[in-house]
Design a protein around this ligand. Sequence first.
Ligand code: AMP
Ligand code: FE
Ligand code: FE
Ligand code: ZN
Length: 285
Amino acid sequence: MVVGHVDLHLHTTASDGVMSPAEIVRYAKSKGLQAIAITDHDTIDGCEEGLSEGEKIGFEVIPGIEISAEHSPGSMHILGFFLDVHHPLLNERLEYLQKARAERNPKMVQKLNQLGIDVTYEEVLKASGGGQVGRPHFANVLLEKKYVRSFQEAFDRFLKKGAPAYVDKFRFTSKEALHFINEARGVAVLAHPNTLGVSGYAELEKLIVRLVGEGLKGIEVYYPEHSSAEVAQYKTLADRYNLLPTGGTDYHGIEKNELDIGVGRGDMKLSYSIVENMKALRNRS
Ligand code: AMP
Ligand code: FE
Ligand code: FE
Ligand code: ZN
């Protein structure tokens, strides 16, 4: 049991998670957590269902999102917590992202077909279960149709950046993403900084300074893929720039890897005080 603990990075069927928002809320409660944030990729479509299930069963759910921002050489994801899900600008920007995805996905089907792989867009749509369509759904179809032996092989051979079926997706700049998160009264947090691909503390610090200028309020310090050295580094940066240290497991569902909600690979324990700090910050602004 992890009484009094939280998980602030979770995916549902609204993006590429395995559980529906209601299911993940019930699962979190059954695991003894005190609160969770629903942070689907580029969509808030799972938030309402999660919030209403939370109300129904008496469990705190934070409406959130994870936005992919333009960045190289690695990837930059920005989390937003406590979003006003009805905010017009937020909704307009997210609709734009959905349109961009709707153009990208058929192109990936076409590329797979050109490689001699018999996959249809309908099959991918079906694999997505009605939520937003992304590469993990392509991977599941390739796996199901036995073109690959594992989910990971689908990415390595076909879907990862630079692989033959990859098509880039539209991304907002960090400045744009931070702007609309802040406009919707969200608390903006840099997700898993270890995927940025920046080398060394000085370069990371420079990037953080830029993001703070654009409206960043926190850093996801605690994350299953962070080494203890990385955690220490991100905590130092959070302290230095007065950023909220947050954390979460990035749980996508049981099939994907060995992670579990709340505890990650078993050693995560995130205090509810993180949520209280976010609320205090939000009330000040
Ligand atoms: P998309 O938003 O369609 O570009 O898909 C991105 C999602 O694919 C990420 O959120 C991950 O869940 C998954 N993903 C991306 N790169 C990889 C990779 N190299 N191996 C496994 N999964 C990946
Ligand atoms: Fe994902
Ligand atoms: Fe991410
Ligand atoms: Zn995530």
